[in-house]
Design a protein around this ligand. Sequence first.
Ligand code: IVH
Length: 668
Amino acid sequence: MDNENILKRITELRSILEDHNHRYYILSQPVIGDQEFDMLLKELETLEAENPEFFDPNSPTQRVGSDLNKEFGQVRHQYPMLSLSNSYSEEELRDFDQKIRKQTDQAFEYVCELKYDGTSISLRYKNGMLDKAITRGDGTFGDDVTANARTIRTIPLKLKGTGYPPEFEIRGEILLPFTEFERINEERAEEGEQAFANVRNAASGTLKSQKSSVVAERKLDAYFYYLLGENLPSDGHFENMLAAKEWGFKISPDATKCANIDEVIAFIRKWNQKRFELPVATDGIVIKVNSLSLQQYLGSTAKSPRWAIAYKYKAEQLSTILRSVSYQVGRTGAVTPVANLDPVQLAGTTVKRATLHNADIIKNLDLHLGDTVFVEKGGEIIPKIIGVDQSLRHPMFPKVDFIKICPECKTDLIRKEGEAAFYCPNEDGCPPQIKGKIEHFIGRKAMNIDGLGAETIDLLYNEGLIRNIADLYDLQKEQISKLERLGDKSAERILKSLDESHNVPFEKVLFALGIRFVGETVAKILAHRLITIERLENASLEELTAIDEIGGRIAESVRLYFSNPQHIQLLERLKEKGLQMKLDEASIANRSEKLNGLSIIISGTFEKNSRDDLKKMIEQNGGKNVSSISKNTNYLLAGSNIGPSKLEKAEKLNIPIISEDDFLKMID
Ligand code: IVH
């Protein structure tokens, strides 16, 4: 194909794929299957990779994000992002209505919309193309999160239809659907990471993630509710939102025009419970004057418009009886108290349990069994106990005392200084901690054992078949296949995957051991610096802390791990089983100290090596690949198409700029 035809095909594929994205994500009416979609996407990816001159940040291929760390620039909002004044009662809404009616004799309409509970975003479009995505920030300046926003399928990169102004802004809410929230939290639990407390935090945390590939993986959603700019299609907000829908934006399907405040109040009552049926979180209703000219006439205060108000639903509260307190021992040994309650209907679900977080909370609430307690479910998914009705307490009700010994293994609990939680210190003998260690070991980022999950580990543990990670490698097919819900097929899959894990590189094995504070990155550093498990085992505190990025806390934890004879025995067994206990030959051969102590930032595209390869080379030669320029950066490794702001910053800070060839010379 000649250049002209290549570009033609690329343009065609981009438009076909955009159209299918719109049908799938906005209209929920796909007309082709996933496989067919993937084939078209692959074709486009290949053509774009072979013809980088046709790169377009708004291509559907860019929705997958990248692993590049990037800092967010700050952008000034063209129109400040105001907030809404809140109201909590129908009376306050009638006051709001009165005030507006005092200002005008004309009849006017309201629009009622759900108040989505996520994180707000402002999108700028120029000539139908997404130009910038900016967070609210302080209302005047926000973070430029364009790269992350591009990965969100409900944000159109190129607009459809006609009639949109050449430049405009549209504002909306980025949301994480409940199902996705649960999936992510399960995944985080599996990886030993702390769960997100609520969907709002999860949505804003994700949107500000440093890696757009992470954003792409988590299926964020976006609803739009405010159009700003000159020459909008209509004087009606509602009508403008319908136009925005035609351009490809997802707008709230439940927005409704109301002729007067009584209709507004009816809308609010209708959604009080119904909102719990929605796939995303909402915490109220937003009431807006529909006419833009009336909006303009009414104006805004410094903080919020006078033409709109939010009605916030009260966090649902109910009282019920505390029956007992149970204690859960987590993978790390932390003990969490949980209240068992008489079941009550709250915010769309039946609540039987509530978290009590830690011993201090129990003490502060002065909890007694049999107490009538107030339970609240707000933005948080897990309900909490917010108070006790002391007047209903019988003098015979027993006081709740936090347990002193581990409910799982009877070891005395300890409390570390400055920490709220009690811990069970018996990390190698306490069942949930053992199971947790095994779960971590098999995880995707560790040994990546297919077919084994928390449930199977439970079964294997309860049958007495595994007591530590090395036991996994002694499992026989018949032992697995006879377990409940497993069969020959699953057993074969597990054994095959265990067998394949012999090839998992040393740095991942090291991470899989679950040494406290040795996460993925630290494991990588230790593996590359010390090369073998024996050297790591024998490394002194001084040797460890001499390594860049290894601080005292990590070094002490490593020493503690290797000073335990049980761990040494475990490692011996793993060695016998044939796991990788030293860095692979290729990495060793390519290793040098030539870049020792140097921080290098990579930017642009390169001819001879991929960015990932360059990154690897920096690490193999003792250097550090950093993601943002600072005065501590030693070199900027620059390819073609490097962003002007990076270049400028490097020049300003006097950081030497080197080419790919310069770099290769440095390490060769
Ligand atoms: S309109 C000037 N409509 O609520 C008014 N906001 O407290 C612009 N929000 O920052 C906002 N749903 O993040 C509007 N249907 C809706 C909304 C909504 C949620 C959020 C938004 C805003 C905050 C204001």
